[in-house]
Design a protein around this ligand. Structure first.
Ligand SMILES: Nc1ncnc2c1ncn2[C@@H]1O[C@H](COP(=O)(O)OP(=O)(O)OP(=O)(O)O)[C@@H](O)[C@H]1O
Length: 244
């Protein structure tokens, strides 16, 4: 039995026209857990995120974000979460500090620089010299740091990440993984949609394979040093035979 399932999806079905994309999806992510959702192109990962964000009204089943149904109360559900898309949307002409301040104002959240904004920018490891620089010149990794800082400053219990490491080099990926561990260690429930097996193996507490519209297999991280079997995961993903 999982306690504190901040994300709780049960028997979710969703069709686009005649095409049924989700066929009884069950997915739960607890507070303080990183869940990597894997699946081939078109498996329904983005559709799952859309359901959590309240952008689609599922045909049947239930979706809850901290006990709130995003289909019927989208604003309330979105107040509980931060969504970081593949390409982080920020105002390029504003600085990192100003972006966080602006989005906190939109969310009607506390936005004192000394006690809220600066500690969040510090927690995500954005170098001090970048705090007052316009984000237009930031790399993807730096933009993500600003987005996660905003999530930490809002104290949201749920973080949704869509392909966060695509386009990041290996060291930026590791840095990103350490960053979301900071959020996890603060009790945030993190759902990460990804094709990046290395990143999932490095950081996830559980990995779920979405196929045929449901979680076909779920793996739980083992002890440190042997968290997941990367070769077996790769073979599972590609349908290839594992050698050795
Ligand atoms: N708005 C839509 N209208 C019709 N069909 C859609 C719509 N959105 C997605 N689909 C279809 O639903 C299926 C699942 O799409 P979805 O984007 O959820 O998959 P995905 O797992 O996120 O894929 P990818 O890894 O390529 O991003 C695909 O066949 C897609 O073409």
């Amino acid at each position: 039995m999982m306690r504190d399932a901040a994300i709780d999806v049960r028997a979710l079905r969703h069709s686009y026209g005649q095409r049924e994309v989700l066929r009884g999806l069950d997915l739960r992510v607890a507070a303080g857990e990183i869940y990597a959702l894997l699946g081939g192109n078109g498996a329904g990962k983005s559709t799952t995120l859309s359901a959590l964000l309240g952008f689609i009204r599922p045909g049947s089943g239930s979706v809850q974000v901290c006990g709130i149904d995003p289909a019927t109360a989208p604003q309330d559900a979105r107040a509980q979460l931060a969504y970081v898309p593949e390409s982080v949307a920020l105002y390029d002409h504003l600085t990192a500090r100003e972006n966080v301040e602006y989005f906190l104002a939109l969310a009607r959240a506390a936005r004192d620089r000394g006690t809220v904004i600066d500690p969040a920018l510090d927690a995500v490891g954005l170098p001090g010299h970048a705090w007052d620089a316009r984000v237009g010149g930031f790399s993807k990794g730096m933009r993500q740091k600003v987005a996660i800082a905003l999530a930490l400053a809002r104290h949201v219990p749920v973080l949704l990440l869509d392909e966060p490491t695509s386009g990041l080099d290996p060291s930026a990926t590791l840095e990103f993984n350490r960053l979301i561990e900071t959020a996890r260690d603060r009790g945030v429930a993190i759902l990460m949609v990804t094709h990046d097996l290395l990143s999932a193996v490095d950081v996830a507490d559980r990995i779920g394979f979405l196929s045929e519209g449901r979680i076909e297999e779920e793996l739980v991280a083992g002890a440190a040093g042997a968290r997941f079997d990367l070769n077996a995961l790769h073979a599972r993903y590609t349908g290839a035979k594992v050698s050795g």
